[in-house]
Structures are given as structure tokens and as C-alpha cells.
Design a protein around this ligand. Sequence first.
Ligand SMILES: *[C@@H]1O[C@H](CO)[C@@H](O)[C@H](O)[C@H]1NC(C)=O
Ligand SMILES: *[C@@H]1O[C@H](CO)[C@@H](O)[C@H](O)[C@H]1NC(C)=O
Ligand SMILES: *[C@@H]1O[C@H](CO)[C@@H](O)[C@H](O)[C@H]1NC(C)=O
Ligand SMILES: *[C@@H]1O[C@H](CO)[C@@H](O)[C@H](O)[C@H]1NC(C)=O
Ligand SMILES: *[C@@H]1O[C@H](CO)[C@@H](O)[C@H](O)[C@H]1NC(C)=O
Length: 469
Amino acid sequence: MLAMSIRITSLLLISLAVVSAFSPADHYLIDCGTTEPTVVDLDHRTFTQDGSSAVLSATKSFGLKNSNPDPSLSPIYHTARVFTKPSDYKFKIKEKGMHLVRIHFHRFGFKNIGGTCHAQFHVSANGYVLLHNFAAPKGNPIIKDFLIWVDDDELVVRFMPADRSSFAFVNAIEVISAPKDLIPDEYVSSDQNDRINIRHAYETMYRINVGGVKVTPFNDSLWRNWIPDDKFLKLSDASLKSYSKIHFDGRIQYHLGGASREVGPDNMYNSARMVSSLNDSIPKLNLTWVFPVEKRFSYLVRLHFCDIASISLGMIYFNVYLNGNLAYQNVDLSTLTDYVLASPFYADFVVDPEKFSDAIRVEIGPSNLSRSHAVDGILNGLEIFKMDNSWRSLNGEVCVDQLESKNRSNGQMSRLLSLTGAVCLLAVAFLVMRRKTEVKDSFGWSRVPVDVSEIDLKSSFPKSNGVEV
Ligand SMILES: *[C@@H]1O[C@H](CO)[C@@H](O)[C@H](O)[C@H]1NC(C)=O
Ligand SMILES: *[C@@H]1O[C@H](CO)[C@@H](O)[C@H](O)[C@H]1NC(C)=O
Ligand SMILES: *[C@@H]1O[C@H](CO)[C@@H](O)[C@H](O)[C@H]1NC(C)=O
Ligand SMILES: *[C@@H]1O[C@H](CO)[C@@H](O)[C@H](O)[C@H]1NC(C)=O
Ligand SMILES: *[C@@H]1O[C@H](CO)[C@@H](O)[C@H](O)[C@H]1NC(C)=O
């Protein structure tokens, strides 16, 4: 019963793969609170200071410097800017569209700032709630990684102390135009009858290099971190040998229509875990990973595949299961990559665990077409993005207007407050209703598991269909 009510929508990707070098139209790297004009981080990137720059518009802010910084930490964490009033960073946007927004937090020695004592705050960006009642703990730096659709000439990242006794802070901000092929404008369901507009906000929850080592921004064309999968892998004790890791020293064959280097770097695609059959029998097991997630959000799950393991083409077939549902049957990497080995491919799925599950379970295992003496399953990388909810929030059931009216309630404009509150409530009601109707309308692709199996990615692979973006 439970499994049946979990909706899994498998969507097809329409990508505009471009094999040219990536040079983002908008590219801001801001080191907050510093007095140095520029600071170079450990990945050789140059960050500029925010003090006298046009991007910062704050009424009450302080630059703080760590007098005793950890030398192993990037210099961008040696300073911070602290706000006791709502404050904005405003970035001029040359090219509308999806933007990477990365916000760095490292809480060093500071405690009480001008009569405030908690570092607890909200962060919004162009109408999306990114962080709600965020309290950065002391310890290692925290990087919050977002993708935000920007439709305006400006991206405004706003820091709002949670209440009068709180302050907000930030160490560094990156705003970078996303490559066109990173997230498609829209997804089309497997039967091509439904579309989902993807102009939203996303937060990266997991970015995993399966079977490999940590990949740092230095080795990633979009300056991302990819972490190893070990702590998410669930090993059943059956035949550990079959879960082998593999590393490939050859060249990753990026090709038009598949994943580009910006979608996934060589260092991620060149390692994997696989299920393989060493003798005449096909192992009866799945590779299984479990990722804890927050309930009441939908997630975009991107699985990265690259056949670095087969010795010849046409040998590898496997199934993909998401939360126990067959999400993609008989994946045939040879066909999907135009018969080239070591050529990367990725598949996106929208998973809606709704109220029932607080984890996403990914399983890769042999299919009916799997062969003996062959590789019967592979996964090279995985990303899970949280999608904004009907409040346009990535964190909590609260909309930006509510957060901002809280600020006003500190002041005198209580009449304005109630008006804003009403507007916000109306918006929420409307959005919830719309969401409900949407669900009704879109039953076509909110299938029960049996139907989910009828996916044929091949038929809508960019080259072979005419669906426009
Ligand atoms: C980048 O990748 C190369 C080759 O995989 C590796 O030797 C090197 O240590 C990596 N550098 C960093 C900074 O991660
Ligand atoms: C094949 O190998 C597996 C272990 O890798 C073993 O459990 C199984 O019995 C073997 N099957 C045959 C037919 O030899
Ligand atoms: C693999 O996982 C799926 C979904 O949970 C399950 O139905 C199937 O029985 C598993 N296969 C094996 C061999 O365990
Ligand atoms: C295998 O094939 C049978 C019959 O065609 C089908 O009912 C079953 O769902 C398939 N199982 C998997 C895991 O692909
Ligand atoms: C918060 O309130 C102050 C006055 O109390 C006002 O100047 C400021 O613009 C408000 N900020 C937001 C984000 O509403």
C-alpha cells in the first residue's frame, strides 16, 4: 500500500549538449568582510572583496577577520560579513536563466555582535526561500549549493536575522551562469504527452562520485565537490566480490547528445561500482544506496553512467529501481551512447516521496537481458537536488513575504504587516490548490510502478525526436 502511494515520475531529458569550452556570462566570486582587494582560494580562484563593491547594500554590517585562522582552510573562510539588519547582495545579471549560487559559511570566534547573540537567520534569492532559521554550527565550513532560475536583470541574495536578538553572516558567495545543458528548461514524460517546466530553484543535497575519491572544485569545470559513496552504500553480505569498484585510466569519450564535461567531470565518470557475473550465473543482487531526505519535498535524481567496465559493446543491460519501483528497465548503455565505450550518459528522474518516506533508495541490478560473463550493472555518479515547494521555498513551509513581514513587525507598520500576511496566505492557498489540480492533471505521468517500467529513453534521445525545448 505504502509503496503504491509513492509517486515516481520518470522524465526524459532533452539536452542541448555543447562541446565547446564553458565560459559563463555571469561570474561573481565575492569574499565577504575582507579588506584585501582580492583573495585567491585553494582552487586558484580569485574572489573580490565586498566592502566598497556595488554588490553589497546593507544598512548595518561589519567585516570580521579571524585573528587565528586555520591555515588549512581556504582564505575565503578567514573573514566574514555580519548583519544585524536585513541586507542584500545585488548581482547584475547579463544572461537570464539558471544560475549556480553557492554560499559559504564558516563560523569562527564571533559571539555577540552589537546587542545580538544568536547566529540564526534566513536567506532568500529573488522570491525563493533558500534557508529558513539557519544556524550555522561552529566547525567545518558549510557550503550551500543552489541552482536558481533568474528571470530578472538582477539576482538579490538577502540575509535576514531571524529576530531582534539574532545576526546573520556569510563568508563568500558565488554566482555563476549555469551551462545551458546542465538543467533542461523542461522535461517531457516518457510517453511525450506531458511536460514539466523546470524553471525553479534547487538545492544540491548529494553529489556523489560512486566508487571513487573526492573530486574537489579544482578538478571540476563548475567548481563542485563530489564525495565518495561509501557511507551511503548498503552492502548485503551476499557475495561482496560482485560489488567491485572500478577505475578507468583511459579517456572519457564525451559526445554530443550525451553528458558534457560540465554535466559531469572526467574524474567522476572514470570510477564506478558494478555488478558483474564472473561465471555462468547472473548474480541475484542489487547495488543499493540510501540517501536520507526531508519529507514533503520533491527531488530531482540524476544518475550518471559511463561504461568503463565492459570489454566489448552490447554486453551491458541492467535495471534501475527508485524506492523499490522499477524506474528504468533494461538500460542499454551501448545504444544510448551511440556504440562508444567509456562515453558518458545520464538519466533524470523526479521522485516525490511525499509524506511516507524520508529516504531515497537507489538500486542497480541485473535485468532480464543481462548476460553471464559480463557487467550486469554500473553506476558512476549520482546527484540529488531538492526542488522548491509550493511556497517557493527550499527550507520550510514559509514564503519570502512571511519572512520579510516578520522583519516589519519589529517596526511600527503593523497595518502593512497584516496586509502582507494576507497576501502571503492567499498566495499559499492558491499555490496549494494549483498544486492539487496539477497533480490531477498530470496523472498521465504520475504512474503506478507497473507503468513506470514502460520507459524507453532511446526513443526520446535528443537526436531521434523532434520535441522542442
Ligand atoms: C585532480 O585530479 C588529478 C588526477 O585525477 C589528481 O592527481 C589531483 O590530485 C587532483 N587535484 C586536486 C586538487 O584534487
Ligand atoms: C558463480 O559464482 C558465484 C560467486 O561468485 C557462486 O556463488 C556461484 O555458485 C557460481 N555459480 C556457478 C554455476 O559456478
Ligand atoms: C532489486 O531491487 C528491486 C527493488 O527493490 C527488487 O524488486 C528486486 O527483487 C531486487 N533484486 C534482487 C536480486 O535483490
Ligand atoms: C522480466 O521479464 C518478465 C517477463 O517478460 C517480466 O514480467 C518481468 O517484469 C521482468 N523483470 C524484470 C526485473 O525486468
Ligand atoms: C526591515 O525593517 C526595516 C525597518 O524596521 C526596514 O528598513 C527594512 O527595509 C526592512 N527589510 C525588509 C527586508 O523588509
